[in-house]
Design a protein around this ligand. Structure first.
Ligand code: GUE
Length: 291
């Protein structure tokens, strides 16, 4: 069994990005710049955004972290996004999700100018992805594709099963795996909460992507021998024996599934790190399109 190591794969991608940014610096050109908006003080969101900022720094991308209190009104937020849309120094805008209940998430997503939509959540970006056009691919599915590429795992002709149909992971993942590209051309089945024979379908997967957000959901009896298992889950589960009082659990029961799998992503240390690599690549792509 091969562990698909997000640390190794993302380091390789970041190394390349760092070299590209170094060239920009050498030519004394404007530096790529990501603006990240964080609302409130949700622990997990804080961690992820901090990690994004730190990773930008590592490759030489500038970043601005813009914070609002959890009771910020929607107009203030939308005004800030508009200001960033028109700021020629900003290449990418990211509003960390989830948002407080009083804010209309769809409105916020649609407020980000598609040329700066490094999350790839805007309907224009999503539509382009569906039609196989050049666009910003949402960072998590993008990161998973980069992981497959790093380990040269070609989905062509394989049966890929995706559990979850979110706009952020499951849906775009299914599009990418079925696309006519080097790391696409799989036959894809999407499962979700209304799939009656989910375990049976999962058992037929050559590539199984678990993106439903239920810790330990995928058990050994749902996985075919020799399958490639991609775990997108990142749920914080209380654990008093852990340093921070919680552990991060994936959607796959790793200990029982790993021995059956040909390859598997660990949590943490798998897809999460690739998500950040995907975001950094999108930010540099946005920069290049703005030049
Ligand atoms: N607008 C927006 N864009 C996002 O891309 C976005 C978002 N909102 N909201 C939340 C999800 C989640 N997400 C992760 C990023 C990094 C790790 C990551 O680095 N994980 C590490 C560390 C995990 C930890 O220590 O908590 C790992 O898996 O090894 C995980 C998850 C981005 N998201």
């Amino acid at each position: 069994m091969l562990v698909l190591d997000g640390k190794i794969a993302s380091a390789a991608i970041k190394e390349k990005l760092q070299q590209e940014v170094a060239l920009i610096v050498e030519k004394k050109q404007r530096i790529p710049h990501l603006a990240a908006i964080l609302i409130g003080n949700n622990g997990a969101s804080e961690t992820y955004v901090a990690s994004k900022v730190k990773n930008c720094e590592e490759v030489g991308i500038e970043s601005s972290l813009i914070r609002f209190e959890s009771d910020v009104d929607q107009t203030t937020l939308l005004n800030k996004i508009e200001e960033l849309n028109t700021d020629a120094n900003i290449d990418g805008i990211l509003v960390q999700l989830p948002l407080p209940g009083h804010i209309n998430e769809q409105k916020v997503i649609e407020a980000i100018h598609p040329t700066k939509d490094v999350d790839g959540f805007h309907p224009i970006s999503a539509g382009k992805l569906v039609q196989g056009m050049q666009t910003f691919i949402p960072a998590t599915p993008y990161g998973i594709m980069l992981m497959l590429e790093h380990y040269n795992i070609q989905p062509k002709g394989k049966h890929a099963v995706v559990i979850g149909r979110s706009n952020i992971v499951g849906r775009p993942m299914s599009i990418l795996l079925s696309s006519n590209t080097k790391y696409g051309n799989a036959t894809v089945t999407i499962c979700h909460s209304h799939t009656p024979n989910l375990a049976e379908i999962c058992l037929q997967a050559d590539i199984l992507v678990a993106a439903l957000g239920k810790p330990g959901f995928v058990k050994a009896n749902m996985v075919k021998d020799g399958a490639i298992v991609i775990d997108v889950g990142i749920t914080r589960v209380e654990d008093n024996t852990a340093k921070k009082g919680f552990r991060i659990k994936g959607d796959v029961a790793y200990d029982e599934v790993a021995p059956k799998a040909a390859a598997i992503t660990p949590v943490p240390g798998g897809v999460g790190l690739m998500t950040i690599a995907g975001l950094l690549k999108n930010t540099l792509q946005a920069y290049q399109q703005h030049q």
